[in-house]
Design a protein around this ligand. Sequence first.
Ligand code: URA
Length: 203
Amino acid sequence: MKLADLHDSLRDCQACRLASSGRTQVVFGTGNPHASIMFVGEAPGFHEDKQGVPFVGAAGKLLTGLLESVGLSREEIYIANVIKCRPPNNRNPQPDEIETCKPFLLQQIQLINPKLVCSLGNFAMQTLLEKKIGITKVRGQVFRLPEFILFPLLHPAAALHQGNLMTPLREDFQKLKKVLDEMTTAPETSPPAPNTPVQMDLF
Ligand code: URA
């Protein structure tokens, strides 16, 4: 299956209640389908739902600037969300909605096959790490999962709501820059055994 086929198969997704909770459209993802770096957020908001593209509202503008600050363009990476439909009133995704949408995210990751997945915020990190742990405990750390390296960052929207998180968010991106530099110079290491997240000591 190609990424475009997965996208087509989800255009009229009815797998959870979000299909009939006021969504305009399914927000599948955007960017380079062969990207080696992928970003995963939480769920579409108002603007994303209207435009059908992730991270185009205020948090998206902040994200675009942070990406540029570490030399990444939106065109070279791929951006998606855990949940592909807007929850009503921007409420948090519910556990059953995450469970329903997670296989689509995993399939998306498998088809893109990035080396590095950067999760934004609690929901994306917990979904991909499969651990109920707080983002402040793991942000800026590198986890080698069987299929890709996971790098959890704070969510840009959190920094917009809580100004004191802006500096830590910028720090996360500076660490990301180091990870990117490390990845381009370090030789590939063999993957760990399946289902054993290994915390890497890069710094
Ligand atoms: N927040 C997210 O997590 N995703 C978006 O697409 C927009 C805002």
